[in-house]
Ligand binder design. Structure first.
Ligand code: PMP
Length: 350
């Protein structure tokens, strides 16, 4: 830390992203990326002409991409906010709507606590139940900003949209953020509710089901007023937050809906088979509607298992928080990668 850092940031603990090692080739099951490449036509969106066009600033309104997304999801372009990864949309949401305080589960996406600290917001983490289910009644009548990942990370578990409706109804004066980063892997989207509730913000990403984590493209849906608020902060921070190439990649992605739906089906199928194989090895595996599994075994400490797998070339994600330190979060890769994982676990656990 330099002596110049503002005092209010001294105690801030930055988010630690999952490892992206370049030292050797791992089977990489640690950051919930897609194991599949974008659709072939997406690569063609970045032509020589497009690169030459980079001498100009990008379209700050991202008109074409917004119109395509609006068509796909049956909303108006004014209901869409675009961001540099969904982390950025979440950051603006905390900045804009968290003034009265923020409430989110104790076990969820680690960035929520970082954003609250970054913006100096009071926040409360409500414990999930013993079995990691979320009791929606804990979030009713809070009248503070509520943030729920649905499906949740790192558990993979989800709540029904009807429960989200109850949360929205009982917090009319606070924004309810539903982070749907993983919704395309079998969850139920609450997007239709933006028509009924002006306090709902649904945050999504191209990083998981759209195979574009490195492109950094997030999007969010809400009523026009919430979107206008987010854009006010975005234009006050970085009017060009989604660069030209990413806008092109995103638009080409929207045109390939069938390709991505098929990839999601494959991932869900691999998830089902991997869960069964892990259970056959004695793992306890939480039910998942996401592109990862959260699993533990009595046979080996969670951290030790993570290290042993890493030594053998397989990266998974281990968290040190006391409630979940016996678990590892395993991204669903290609079928042959998951076969390698199961084979390696058999060797490690004998
Ligand atoms: N929300 C959740 C629940 C996540 O797990 C992630 C991925 N780390 C994100 C949001 C952010 O993803 P991105 O910024 O790549 O869109």
């Amino acid at each position: 830390m330099s002596r110049f850092l503002a005092g209010k940031y001294e105690a801030l603990e930055a988010y630690t992203p999952g490892e992206q090692p370049r030292d050797k080739r791992y089977i990489k099951l640690n950051t919930n990326e897609s194991p599949y490449p974008p659709a072939p036509s997406v690569a063609e969106a970045v032509s020589r002409e497009a690169v030459e066009g980079l001498r100009l600033y990008c379209d700050p309104t991202a008109k074409r991409l917004k119109e395509k997304l609006a068509g796909l999801y049956q909303v108006e372009p004014e209901n869409i906010f675009l961001s540099n990864g969904s982390d950025e949309a979440l950051n603006f949401a905390f900045m804009a709507f968290g003034g009265a305080g923020v409430v989110f589960p104790d076990i969820s996406y680690g960035f929520y606590g970082v954003f609250a600290q970054l913006h100096g917001l009071p926040y409360e983490q409500i414990p999930l139940k013993e079995d990691f289910t979320l009791d929606y009644r804990d979030y009713c009548h809070q009248n503070k900003m509520i943030v729920i990942a649905n499906p949740n990370a790192p558990t993979g578990m989800s709540i029904p949209v009807e429960q989200i409706r109850q949360i929205l109804k009982s917090n009319p004066d606070a924004v309810v953020v539903i982070d749907e980063a993983y919704v395309d892997f079998g969850g139920e989207s609450c997007l239709p509710l933006i028509k009924d509730y002006d306090n709902l913000l649904v945050v999504r990403t191209f990083s998981k089901s759209r195979c574009l984590a490195g492109g950094r493209l997030g999007y969010a849906f809400a009523g026009r007023a919430i979107i206008a608020d987010l854009e006010k902060l975005q234009y006050s921070t970085n009017p060009y937050n989604v660069n030209t190439l990413t806008q092109l990649l995103g638009a080409a992605t929207v045109d390939e809906e069938a390709y991505y739906r098929q990839r999601c089906r494959e991932i869900m199928d691999t998830r089902r088979r991997t869960k069964a194989a892990l259970e056959a090895l004695g793992f306890q595996v939480l039910p998942s509607q996401a592109n990862f599994l959260f699993a533990k075994t009595e046979k080996m400490d969670g951290g030790a298992l993570y290290r042993e797998l890493k030594n053998r070339g397989i990266l998974v994600r281990h968290f040190t928080a006391q409630r979940i330190c016996q678990y590892n979060r395993i991204t669903i890769g290609r079928p042959e990668e998951m076969d390698m994982l199961i084979q390696t676990l058999k060797e490690v656990l004998i």
